[in-house]
Design a protein around this ligand. Structure first.
Ligand code: DC
Length: 233
């Protein structure tokens, strides 16, 4: 009998702008699962570190700060809310500056250790869709199904540019391409838990696929997996 009471663990990894958040949200909705956006957790940690003025080179100070770090993902009136040490930081964590800062702070060992533990706890009952960079390789290497969602740099930057301009952020496409390239490099070249496709992950390139097409492929595979196991959800 399957040991997680609420369902299977679904891991979605991939670089920024590949469409993970949209897909993870829709997949979770369709399966009645909980979405865990681990990138939002790293962003919230980065925001607090910068607000507290902590020197990122001082690992002892970062470690001390991380001991009392409390990051929660909540759903309030159908909207995902990110709370860091009690403060709602949902909107402040989505700027281009925060993206680059998070890419740096998420390379720090104390930050990763603190968030790894809470992510494993949040997903332990199953019935979750976790998205990030290291879900299938580090957080839940035993996840029942793993996807690696990718797209070309140009397409990922174009999507990100649209998202930012819609929000009124004053950015150019060239700046957005540079941001995506820089984050790719930082996320995949770091020593701890770098962005990498797990050996048993199913790769999906979303460059030429619509959200619906990606979702249909993934949901079919997830349902098959759930049906093949001795569980109810
Ligand atoms: O998915 P995102 O763009 O919101 O993630 C923000 C940053 O957090 C990204 O540059 C890499 C980092 N991150 C990570 O290191 N590990 C994760 N599991 C999720 C995100």
């Amino acid at each position: 009998m399957y040991s997680r009471p609420d369902g299977i663990v679904i891991a979605i990894d991939g670089p920024s702008g590949a469409g993970k958040s949209t897909i993870a949200r829709l997949l979770a909705e369709r399966l009645g699962y909980i979405q865990i956006d681990t990138g939002a957790m790293y962003r919230a940690a980065a925001l607090l570190l910068s607000r507290e003025g902590i020197d990122l080179a001082d690992l002892a100070a970062v470690e001390h700060f991380c001991r009392n770090l409390d990051i929660r993902l909540e759903v309030v009136s159908g909207r995902q809310v990110v709370r860091a040490n009690g403060i709602d930081v949902t909107d402040q964590i989505r700027t281009p500056e925060m993206s680059l800062l998070t890419s740096r702070t998420s390379a720090l060992k104390p930050v990763r250790e603190a968030l790894l533990k809470s992510q494993q706890q949040m997903g332990s009952r199953g019935g979750v869709v976790l998205e990030g960079r290291d879900i299938g390789t580090v957080v839940f290497p035993e996840a029942e199904i793993k996807f690696y969602l990718n797209a070309s740099v140009e397409e990922r930057a174009r999507r990100r540019f649209e998202e930012l301009t819609c929000k009124g952020e004053p950015v150019t496409l060239a700046e957005t391409i540079a941001e995506v390239v820089m984050r790719d490099r930082q996320d995949s070249e770091r020593d701890i838990a770098p962005l990498r496709q797990a050996d048993d992950a199913i790769p999906i390139d979303s460059s030429r696929l619509s959200v619906d097409e990606v979702l249909t492929r993934m949901i079919t595979m997830c349902r098959k997996k759930i049906e093949s196991m001795d569980i109810l959800r």
